[in-house]
Design a protein around this ligand. Structure first.
Ligand code: ADP
Ligand code: MG
Length: 507
């Protein structure tokens, strides 16, 4: 089977590579590109080869202070926050058009930096980000308050207004760098906030393209500031800064908790989109021709580096052998390689650290009695000797209580369990037996059972009978339990960047 036509203009790659090596990427503060105050930069590597592909400015507390002050000045000036909503929407739509026009350059950069397949970087990354931004632009003109009738004596006029929360510190991870950054920007900008964005140190490059496009789109200076740098320095400084009103964080549960601790004294607003250990439940009556590839790509897509990855499979024992064989066949057949190769279906893990983390979980699973059905180790990929390629892996004999079943692995590793009858309470209890509650998938042709189980799952997102595509910007995204606080996307995701003010007038 020949791969689908390549929409990405790959002729841009040589010039892009040369330019990345020729000059380090800078910070974007108050509408200007600047080096870090310290002059420090850090190396950026291609996870498919291990090669250094460029350098980015390493922001520390001094740079974050400048960026936050620029965002704060802009916010207080009202240049963005008090701009007519329709005008704000127009500027955001202009940025979306610029992103779309630059989607090839964004996708090539994302694949170089993160390793994901180029088609994913193009559709899920560049084009997906443009669509998400258009969705959020629509909210500029649609945020509203309510009116009330107080019961106090007298005649009253009482209403609420939604005001932007202020300066937002947006901290994003390395698994979908561009679209995550744009989605957080979109929601905060629609609410009227100004932003300091910190991309992950593993994948800083596409955010710098975003900065260039922001500069072109016509935002007031300081509306959006972008600081590349490390979590422990730039990230922590952003969280600690007194002029930051809200932290919007996507990343690991461990780092999310440390951010909550750091915000305890200031009571800064915090929303968190954290890890998951999401269940995939396949009933005997499911359409297995769809459930098998759905479950496989739910854990092998983006090499399992997906917060909502379906990492715990619960399959009815009557179809267990067929399902596991089907998923294993897909695992064996997946083309794993450099994301730049149009045939590639799964790229490398993002870093040596991540590779060591995932293989550590595999070792612990085996030590606790798990068996490898397929995969289980490093994969030799032609031309990828220095890369972090892990074979898509399916484990059996996995059960509740094992470290690999309890904790988020964030790699292409599926833990598999069975259930014996359709006792929905028991299935739900097994699926809910986790500290997390981000996402879940149900495969059944008995929609009554599907909906009953959807009610019983403690997860922020439920998908029945799969289907293609990532999260829709209109649908709230976030988790129960230790998968986070609050929701992104949808009306709720924009309202999360507002404060409600109630105004009561005695007439
Ligand atoms: P990982 O451990 O896989 O790198 P993290 O959750 O630590 O995942 O990283 C997600 C984002 O959080 C990155 O942008 C990272 O730089 C940032 N980060 C890490 N530690 C901190 C911290 N202490 N304070 C603020 N941001 C942080
Ligand atoms: Mg980290």
């Amino acid at each position: 089977m020949s791969p689908p036509p390549m929409p990405v203009d790959t002729s841009l790659l040589p010039a892009l590579r040369a330019d990345l090596l020729a000059k380090p990427r800078q910070l974007f503060i108050g509408g200007e590109f600047v080096s870090a105050v310290s002059g420090e930069t850090f190396e950026v590597t291609d996870p498919a080869t291990g090669a250094v592909i460029g350098h980015a400015a390493s922001a520390d507390a001094a740079d974050i202070d400048l960026a936050v002050k620029a965002a704060s000045r802009c916010f207080e000036s009202g240049k963005w926050s008090n701009m007519a909503p329709a005008q704000r929407a127009r500027i955001m739509l202009r940025l979306a058009d610029l992103i779309e026009a630059n989607a090839s350059r964004i996708a090539l950069t994302e694949t170089l930096d993160n390793g994901m397949p180029l088609m994913m970087a193009f559709f899920g990354g560049g084009m997906g980000a443009a669509e998400a931004l258009r969705y959020f632009a629509g909210w500029c003109t649609k945020l509203n308050g309510e009116t009330f009738t107080p019961s106090n004596p007298g005649e009253w006029h009482a209403y609420t207004v939604r005001e932007p929360v202020g300066v937002v510190g947006a901290i994003v991870p390395w698994n979908f760098p561009f679209v995550m950054a744009v989605a957080k920007l979109g929601a905060s900008l629609a609410a009227g906030c100004t932003v300091v964005l910190k991309p992950a140190e593993q994948t800083p490059l596409s955010a710098v393209i975003l900065a260039e496009l922001v500069a072109e789109a016509g935002f007031p200076e300081g509306t959006i500031n972008i600081c590349t740098g490390f979590g422990k320095t730039a990230g922590a400084a952003l969280v600690a800064h007194p002029l930051v009103d809200k932290i919007s964080f996507t990343g690991s549960t461990v780092t999310g908790k440390s951010i909550v601790h750091a915000c305890a004294d200031s009571l800064k607003r915090v929303t968190l989109e954290l890890g998951g250990k999401s269940p995939v439940i396949i009933f005997a009556d499911a359409d297995l021709a769809k459930a098998i590839p759905g479950a496989a790509m739910g854990i092998f897509g983006n090499a399992g580096q997906v917060c909502a990855a379906g990492s715990r499979l619960f399959v009815h024992e009557s179809v267990r052998d067929e399902v596991l064989e089907g998923i294993s066949n897909m695992a064996r057949g997946l083309v794993v390689g450099n994301g730049m190769d149009p045939r590639t279906q799964m790229g490398p893990l993002v870093s040596d650290v991540q590779f060591a983390r995932v293989t550590g979980y595999l070792e612990s699973a085996l030590a606790e009695g798990a068996q490898v059905l397929v995969g289980g180790g490093k994969l030799d990929v032609e031309g990828g000797e220095g890369g972090n390629f892990l074979a898509p892996t399916v484990l059996t004999e996995t059960r509740a209580g094992m470290k690999a079943v309890e904790e988020e692995i964030f790699g292409p590793v599926l833990c598999t369990m069975t259930f014996g009858d359709d006792d929905l309470e028991a299935v739900a209890a097994a699926a809910n037996d986790t500290q997390y509650g981000l996402s879940s998938a149900i495969w059944t042709n008995n929609m009554s059972n599907g909906l009953k189980l959807a009610k019983r799952l403690k997860a922020g997102m439920v998908r029945i009978n799969g289907g293609m595509g990532g999260p829709d910007p209109a649908m709230p995204l976030g988790g129960f339990k230790q998968s986070g606080w609050g929701r992104e996307n949808g009306r709720q995701g924009v309202e999360a960047f507002t404060e409600i003010k109630s105004v009561t007038i005695n007439l």
